[in-house]
Structure formats: C-alpha cells, structure tokens
Design a protein around this ligand. Structure first.
Ligand code: NG1
Ligand code: ZN
Length: 547
C-alpha cells in the first residue's frame, strides 16, 4: 500500500465530506465562494500544501485564508510558493481536482498519483506558514486546514490575522535564510518603514506634498495592520483611520475599500469627504491600494493602479539614468489598463509596456523579463521587482561611487528596493512608495492626476448560464468563444470615437466582465451596456437584461 493510502486508512483520519453542491475552481487568485461550502476544500488544501512543501524538499510554503475584496459571507484559500510567489500553475490544476473530488477514496487516488508523478519522498517534513484575514469564518476554516496539514505531520506556524502580502513576505524570508528579513511582523514593518524614513530624510522641499492621509481600511485587516504600522512611522505620515471596524464582520468591504471605490468610481461610505484631502482605500486583505480625492465642486478623481505604475516607473527610470547604470525597466499591464495610461507609458515615459492576462501571477511572471519590472493591475494590485543581479549591482555601485549625484540616485534606488515587498502587491509597501515619489516630486494628488487624462471607462458584470463557455485570446483582448461575439463587439465599438471593449469570464465571481472605454463617459457607459446586452442574448443571460 502507498504511504498516502495508509494515511487515509489510519484510525484517526478525519473525514471532511464534499457536499457536492458546488464546482470549485482554483482561479485568478485561489478558490473562493460562500464560506459555508469550504470545509472540505480547506482540509484538502491543508494536505496539498503539505505535499507541495515535501515536493520542494521541505522548502517553506504558505497558505492564506482570505476572499480579498469579496463580501463577508465568502471566504477562500490560496497557496504561496517558496519565494513568496503564487502557486505554480500545474498545482492549481491539482487544487481544482482535489476540491471537486467526490469522496476520500477519490482524494487519496489524486494524491497518490501526485506523489508518484513528482516522486515525493515521505521522509521530507512539510513546512508551512498559514494566515487569515478578519473574516468570521476564518478560524473554523483554519481548523480544517490544520487537520489536513497534521495528517502529513507538518511543521506549521499560524500567524493568525495578517495581510496577504505579509504572509508572502514571511515565506520568502524563511527560504532566503532571513536575507530578505525575519518572518515576523516587527521585521516586516521595520524593513519597509526604515527605508521609507531614510528616503524621507533626503527630501528637503515638500512643495505641494501633504503628509496627511485619510485611510479607508475596508473594515478589514488592512485597518488593523495600519494601526500597528503607526508606531513605526513616527509621524512621518499622519494617518487618520476610517472604516476600521474589524469586529463587525459584515462591514468588511461593504460600500468601502479599494474594489468598491474603483468599481463604482465614487468615494466609500463611512467617512466624511473634504475637498482636496488625500484619501487611500485598501481591499479586504490589503494587497490592493488606490488613491482618490474630490475637488471643491465635489468632483471625484481616482488614482488607480495604472496611475501608481506610471508614477513609480517614471521615477525609478529617472533614478536609473541619474545613477549612470545600464539597467532596463519595463512595465506590465492587463487589458483593464486605461488606454491613455498605456500611451503615456510608451510615448512620454518611453518605458516598454507589455500586456498579459488578468491575475498577478501573469504580471509577476512577465515583469521578470526586465532588470526592474513594474506591474500593476488597474484595480491597484501590483509591485515592482528587481533581478537579483541588479539588486547586487546597485548596492555594489553605491559602496564605491564617488560622484555625489550618482551616489544619491543609487541610495534612493536602495531605499525604494527596501521599502518594496517584491513578492506580491502590498497596500502598505505601495503606499510608502507612492508617498515617497509624491514627496520627492513635491506633488499634491491633483499634480499627480494632471500627468495625463484617463479615457472615460466603465466596468460591468453580466450573469450567464455558464461562464465557462467563454474563452479569450491575445491577453484577453479578443473573445474567441462564443463564436461570433467578437464580430458583434467590433461593430458596436466602431460606432464610438476612441473606443475599446473586451469581455472575459471572471476567475473569482460567477459572472462575465465587460470593459468599455471611449471619448466620453456617456459613450463608455452606452458601449458597456450594448456589449453586455449582446452577451446576455448570445450566452443565456440570467436575471435582468442589461439596459
Ligand atoms: P476576476 O474576477 O478574474 O476579474 C479579479 C480582478 C483581478 C484580480 C483578481 C484577484 C478585475 C477586473 N479583476 O479577478 O484583477 O485582482 O480579482 O483578486 O479587477
Ligand atoms: Zn486582495
């Protein structure tokens, strides 16, 4: 009998039956659905994460329990690979298969074939870090994960309630022998915030820059951890907390947080809006961040992931030039990036820009093609990454550079590297980077906003009978199935100036998403509705026809 099968035959094996009512998919960012359906999924992910570690010869891996920006009733799980990156895609398929397996017999068959395919040696001790967001359901789901991990005698550490990016950071710390930092909250805040304060000390003239931030914590873990961060920041930033009620679970992401603000293009509830004040919203697990402000006439201005990417790429490029180093930089976006941001990056910043399918794993992967890769989804999820050799080069040059201006640029690049969480998008780290560049430039949010004009756009959702009948190509910019849909989209788009529209099935919700942009907001809205109506008609729309 295989060693996997014997685990299932032990008298103390605890069974978590699959109620069979839902088909699960390890999608854009792990598995997500109503928390009530996830017990058996969590148990199986506990076993899978253990095997992932064993397969990597006891490298430390991670498991995060979160449903990010989803409603509070949902929960989810995602696995983290040893350098803090997303789980390798071939294992995503296994996660999907395991979650849908009908019974223990089926689970044991999937795991047995996994063990033989990867030749996993039972002598390796699995090492896992686990964490969860503030969702009420998290603790119970964690218990199921623990049962699964224990069945494989895992050495695991539970970090309790933390942000997703903190867990990614901790995993990388462990596997770099702590070269990246220590795997604990204190080291995380110390590393990032010290670099931020060092850089702040180099900034002599703030001009229009304002240190006061109104912080919308989405009533989630982002609010909790921002409170912890305050003692490290030493008043370099004045952060006024809003939407920080983590004890009332149902308030999580409810009419607040980065996803609400980005999708609805309006301020969150739960805070008063003052003209020209600086607002930040993060999402439910604090891996996304967006900025916004309103002017005296109450007009709303959004500074999203596209804006952050252009701000950061432009600044880093300037420092590379000033340092005299021969280092390339590239920017990675998705089809959701505003057309004018893409034009600005190519034509004004003169930084190469690539487009990849939705999901940070695709962006992260593409960003590795550059010496310094900046990647952001328009919704505010992103970071920048440095090649190991470039990181070393920058530090080496700084240690021997005699030219004062080159040395300053190198020191600034080192600070930016050290305040970046390179493993994944991180609202705290991204905030520090944005605040640094704004301070260096002496900019208000209005100055930042005026760097280019976004094309008006609209994002819509259409519910259809089966979103899996949709498939896309060319980094999701073309719809391949249903057949004939793309031709219809093309003919609708042709009626509007400067227009673009594309559709794709969501990986996190049971909907098809429609994106539209055009010369005016009225046109973008009309275009989105027309495309949504065509989808509804061609793909068995559910509920009310878009109008
Ligand atoms: P889906 O549901 O696949 O569109 C959404 C976001 C992604 C990504 C994931 C994970 C949009 C349009 N889509 O994916 O960018 O962030 O959630 O959180 O924002
Ligand atoms: Zn998130």
């Amino acid at each position: 009998m295989s060693w996997i099968k014997s685990i299932f035959n032990e008298s103390n094996f605890i069974s978590y039956p699959n109620p069979g009512s839902i088909v699960f998919q390890y999608g854009t960012s792990g598995i997500r659905c109503k928390a009530d359906y996830l017990d058996h999924v969590m148990h199986r992910m506990g076993m899978l994460v253990a095997l992932r570690s064993m397969c990597l010869k006891s490298a430390r891996v991670g498991l995060m329990i979160t449903a990010s920006h989803n409603a509070h009733e949902d929960n989810g799980v995602k696995l983290i690979d040893p350098q803090g990156e997303m789980l390798e895609s071939s294992w995503e398929v296994l996660a999907t298969e395991l979650s849908n397996a009908i019974d223990d017999q089926h689970v044991s068959t999937v795991l047995t074939s996994l063990v033989s395919k990867y030749n996993i040696d039972s002598s390796y001790i699995p090492k896992v870090y686990v964490g969860r967001d503030t969702r009420y359901s998290g603790k119970k789901l964690l218990d199921a994960v623990i049962v699964g991990m224990k069945q494989f005698n895992s050495d695991f550490e539970d970090f309790g309630v933390i942000t997703t990016p903190m867990l990614h950071f901790f995993v990388r710390c462990y596997n770099t022998n702590c070269l990246y930092g220590q795997p604990n909250e204190q080291s995380y805040f110390n590393k990032l915030t010290t670099a931020f304060k060092d850089m702040r000390n180099m900034c002599t003239d703030y001009k229009n820059y304002n240190t006061v931030i109104e912080f919308d914590g989405a009533n989630g873990v982002g609010a909790l951890k921002m409170k912890d961060a305050l003692s490290y920041l030493d008043n370099t930033l004045i952060i006024n907390m809003h939407n920080d009620e983590v004890s009332s679970s149902e308030k999580l992401n409810s009419k607040c947080g980065a996803d609400f603000v980005k999708s609805n293009q309006c301020p969150p509830t739960g805070l008063s809006i003052k003209p020209n004040a600086k607002y930040i919203s993060v999402d439910g697990d604090a891996d996304r961040i967006i900025y916004f402000f309103v002017d005296e006439s109450n007009k709303f201005y959004l500074l999203d992931g596209d804006r952050i990417a252009t701000l950061v790429a432009g600044y880093v490029k300037e420092q590379i030039i000033a340092s005299g180093l021969d280092v390339n930089i590239g920017l990675v976006q998705t089809a959701y990036s505003n057309g004018n941001s893409t034009n600005f990056v190519s034509n004004t910043l003169k930084v190469p820009v690539a487009c990849v399918p939705t999901g940070v794993k695709h962006l992260h992967h593409k960003a590795q093609d550059y010496d310094i890769g900046v990647y952001f989804e328009a919704n505010g999820h992103g970071t920048l990454i440095f090649k190991e050799s470039i990181r070393n080069l920058i530090r080496k040059e700084a240690s021997k550079q005699k030219d004062e201006s080159k040395l300053i640029a190198l020191k600034k690049l080192i600070c930016i590297m050290d305040m970046t969480n390179e493993t994944v998008g991180d609202a705290y780290s991204d905030m520090l980077i944005v605040e640094t560049v704004l301070c260096e430039r002496g900019w208000s949010l209005n100055d930042w906003y005026n760097t280019y004009a976004d094309l008006p756009n609209r994002l819509m959702k259409v519910t259809v009978k089966d979103r899996n009948t949709f498939s896309t190509g060319d980094a999701e910019r073309i719809c391949i199935r249903p057949l004939g849909l793309q031709d219809k989209i093309n003919s609708i788009v042709a009626n509007y100036p400067m227009a673009r529209s594309f559709v794709r099935p969501s990986g996190t919700e049971d909907v098809v998403r429609v994106y539209a942009e055009a010369d005016t907001q009225v046109h973008a809205d009309k275009l989105a509705v027309e495309v949504a109506a065509v989808i509804y008609d061609m793909a068995d729309g559910v509920g009310k026809r878009p109008s």
